[in-house]
Each structure stands twice: as C-alpha cells, then as structure tokens.
Design a binder for this molecule. Structure first.
Ligand code: PRP
Length: 211
C-alpha cells in the first residue's frame, strides 16, 4: 500500500557506506545509492523510498515529516534541533565534537572577543555561553581546521574522528563537547500513522545491531 511506504532520509558522504551496509544486513539492497546522481530512490519491493541528502539536512526532512525516518549524527541532531524520536544508536559514525586550537595559542585573560570558527553555530553558542566569554562565531562550511591554522579564528569547534586532521594541521584538542554516533531518527507523527512498518524496520535493525 503506497500510503504505508516508509520514506527514509539518508546522508550522502562519509556515513553512506555504513548505511548501505546496515540496510544490506536487514536484506535491503540500496547499493545503487552509492553510484548514482539521483536523489530519490524507490524500492517498491521493500516498501521504502530513500532521499539522499546532505547530513545536516536529514534532520530537517524528518522534522518536517517529508521523510518518516532518517539517519543522522548527534552533532547534526543537536545543531538542527526539533522534537524527533531517536529509538536507536546505530553504532557507526563514531567521533566527537571538540574545541581545538593551534598548539601555540595562548588565551589572554582579558581577551575582548574570542573568534570561533565552526559548522555548528548553535552548539558553539550554547557551549561558550557557560564560560561568559564574548564570542564571535564564524560560520564555515568545511575544512574548519584551516581557520585556526591561518588565524581566521582563535579556536574551532569541529568533529574529530582519528585526530589526523588536527595533527597534520598542528592543532590540539582542548575540550570535548559531545560524543557522536549515527542515530536512527523518526518523525513522531509518522510513527503514529505508520506504526507497524516503522516498528518492523526498527525491530529488524535492532536485531542486527545486537548480533
Ligand atoms: C571531518 C571533520 C574534520 C575531519 C576529522 O571533515 O570536520 O575536518 O573530518 O577527521 P579525522 O579526525 O579522522 O582527521 P570532513 O572530511 O567530513 O570534511 P569537511 O572538512 O568538509 O567538513
């Protein structure tokens, strides 16, 4: 039945490989998402459709109910916000959101304005507000480490996975803000309307995560 088809927002980029693996482990082959420029994929056989979106946009699609469920990291969930249901930690995409700076950066006691570059202005604002330091948040869209290296900002707030990018750009981690991993997220009203197929999918995923 078309009305009960589950619409799933999945992230392009780093997480996609693990998402494809996860779906394959529950018998759903979505490998074509890795080799195409299409953005919508219909799988009538499995009663699902996929939307391939930027990681930051997954939460928006789910929040607005255009997608019933999605896969997103805690960083994005926290940054975009919204009343969504998070039933499962998927166990991949593990990294952490940190404050980092140049190895030789020394914070002056009477600093007038701390410049912090990040893709996460909301999380950054919230984190620094506890410290009471006047803040100038510089919103960037990638390669955030460069901002600290070349002096655009005093500090950065960014993801660290292996730590290689920090190290190769002579930066050090000074504080962890949050641990991050991929979560299954669900639109609350979709969960009511399509309870049975969504719950089946959650159960299937949950059983392979336990293996
Ligand atoms: C992410 C993140 C760091 C890097 C961390 O960037 O923003 O730059 O990975 O990984 P590491 O600790 O294993 O070195 P990504 O490659 O996703 O691209 P971006 O710089 O465009 O955000």
């Amino acid at each position: 039945m078309e009305g009960k088809r589950i619409k799933v927002a999945i992230p392009k980029g780093r997480l996609l490989k693990d998402v494809v693996k996860l779906f394959s482990s529950i018998g759903i082959d979505i490998t074509d998402t890795e080799h195409s420029r299409r953005l919508v994929f219909h799988y009538p056989k499995y009663d699902i459709s996929l939307f391939l979106v930027k990681p930051f946009d997954v939460v928006t699609y789910v929040k607005e109910g255009v997608a019933d469920i999605g896969i997103a990291g805690d960083d994005v969930i926290e940054e975009i916000g919204g009343n969504i249901y998070e039933p499962l930690d998927l166990g991949f995409g593990k990294c952490r959101l940190v404050v980092a700076q140049r190895e030789d950066f020394v914070m002056e006691k009477d600093i007038l304005m701390l410049k912090v570059a990040t893709k996460y202005p909301r999380i950054t604002e919230k984190h620094y507000s506890k410290k009471g330091i006047p803040l100038d948040i510089i919103k960037l869209y990638g390669s955030v480490e460069l901002a600290a290296t070349c002096g655009l900002a005093h500090q950065i707030v960014d993801l660290v996975e292996t730590g290689r990018t920090l190290k190769e750009n002579r930066l050090i981690e000074v504080e962890k803000i949050m641990d991050v991993s991929a979560k299954l997220i669900v639109n609350r009203s979709s969960y009511n309307v399509k309870y049975s197929p969504i719950n089946d999918l959650i159960s299937k995923i949950s059983s392979v995560l336990e293996d």
